[in-house]
Design a protein around this ligand. Structure first.
Ligand code: ASP
Length: 442
């Protein structure tokens, strides 16, 4: 019998998780949390969370050795700093371009739908929902938001500090410090190209070997993807309360439609016209990575899968992808940049703060800058949103961010899928400009 393709297995797992999550949730609501059904459901959700975390951890486990070995072996094989400099400049250019496109789409949609207003006035129902959810919020999420709230405007430039971590091992063991690991690996790779062949040939082979091993381990972990995806999704569906989703319905619609426009229109247009790539074929090539991003809500955890899809299905060379993708997973977040822009303007609308075009321009720049520094982990962008809200002097910023945090999962999953797809588009655009035979348009 023919084996079902990986992306179908993941889609079926997602569908099962949603259906069972809804069924268990309704049973619990009808019979109460104390009932035997309720107790069983909550135990099932706990076991599921545990398995989901194991899957996430397994993916995260290989990130550091994968990033280090792929960047170093990629650069070492480029034969000189010149080729690398050109690739680097192109990559950063494409990242800026796609993020800017994303933010402008967000800006347009949020101004068109105005989810925070009713008849031109701040929506009081949403404001009340913000207050209620801040009251109900768990201590841990309040603490998270409070700590984030103490950051200052200068933190916009935190990014530059992260470029050179004082301790590379400490940076490697901290999820938010991948940028430092990337810079270190680039320096390492470039230094290797400057040394005599006999000094580095063994090292190069070793690092290449390490890279091959990491790729094989990724393949093994992905065999567990359907189970992992189910386990991550099921408790999310079971625990999500419907009330706040209804109150924030227009906000959800705004974010999701803006993300969809970027995913289905702007990126494919860039693929077609700038990269000369067939967008449909590229979608197909990236299915598994996009679904993994959606399920894990973490672009970092998805990186091993993204690299595999881009290299094996989208036809991008190891030389190009091994540099663009690790960098992209950390600094290029189209979905996140778009989301930050929409969220800040939405909160301003609800709080009754006028946002003239100049203020919106500041938000655009801030979203572009902060999205570079946001870590590729779940809900990371809420810290950036709080920072921008505070710098825009919007009252009630903390309350709003706590409320957004409580309904973040679905939006986080969607923007992470866009982040990862954006990275893959940038990789093929750069590859095609380097004359590689990617999935060319006919
Ligand atoms: N979860 C997102 C990612 O990993 C970051 C964010 O927007 O919170 O790409």
């Amino acid at each position: 019998m023919k084996k079902l393709a990986a992306h179908w297995q993941i889609i079926i797992a997602l569908g099962l998780a949603v259906s069972l999550g809804v069924i268990f949730r309704n049973f619990t609501l009808q019979n109460g949390v104390e009932s035997s059904v309720g107790a069983f459901a909550s135990r099932a959700a706990n076991v599921s969370t545990f398995i989901g975390q194991m899957f996430m951890n397994a993916l995260k486990m290989i990130i550091v050795p994968l990033i280090v070995s792929s960047i170093i072996s990629g650069i070492a094989s480029m034969g000189g700093v010149k080729g690398f400099g050109r690739l680097g400049a192109k990559t950063v250019g494409v990242y800026m371009l796609t993020s800017l496109f994303a933010i402008l789409v967000g800006l347009m949609v949020v101004n068109l739908i105005q989810p925070g207003l009713v008849d031109g006035q701040p929506n009081q129902e949403i404001k009340a929902a913000f207050d209620r959810s801040a009251e109900e919020a768990s201590a841990s999420s309040l603490e998270k938001v409070e700590t984030a709230g103490t950051r200052k405007a200068t933190d916009y430039f935190d990014f530059f500090k992260k470029l050179f971590p004082p301790n590379i091992f400490a940076a490697a063991s901290d999820n938010g410090q991948m940028l430092g690991v990337i810079v270190f690996s680039i320096l390492f790779g470039v230094a290797m190209t400057r040394l005599a062949e006999k000094q580095v040939s063994t090292l190069r082979e070793m690092i290449q070997g390490l890279n091959d091993v990491m790729i094989l381990i990724t393949e093994w972990i992905m065999k567990m993807a359907p189970v992992g995806v189910f386990a991550l999704m099921f408790p999310v569906v079971m625990k999500s309360g419907a009330q706040i989703f209804i109150e924030l319905g227009s906000y959800f619609a705004t974010v999701l439609s803006a993300l969809a426009i970027h995913f289905f229109v702007s990126l494919p247009l860039l693929l077609y016209f700038v990269g000369r790539v067939n967008p449909l074929a590229h979608f197909k090539a990236m299915r598994t990575a996009v679904l993994t991003a959606f399920s894990t809500a973490s672009s970092s955890a998805t990186l091993p899968v993204t690299m595999r899809c881009v290299q094996e299905n989208a036809g991008v060379s190891k030389r190009t992808s091994s540099f663009t993708l690790p960098l992209g997973a950390t600094v290029n977040m189209d979905g996140t940049a778009l989301y930050e822009c929409v969220a800040v303007i939405f909160v301003a609308q609800v709080m009754g703060v006028e946002m003239p075009i100049t203020a919106q321009f500041v938000v655009v720049v801030a979203a572009l800058l902060t999205s570079i520094g946001v870590a590729g982990v779940p809900s990371a962008s809420l810290v950036a949103i709080l920072l921008i809200l505070k710098n825009s002097n919007i009252d009630g910023a903390e309350t709003a961010v706590v409320a957004l945090l409580s309904v973040d999962r679905l939006l986080d999953m969607s923007r992470t899928a866009v982040n990862v797809f954006g990275d893959s588009c940038a990789a093929v655009i750069v590859a095609s400009s380097e004359g590689e035979r990617v999935l060319e348009k006919s």
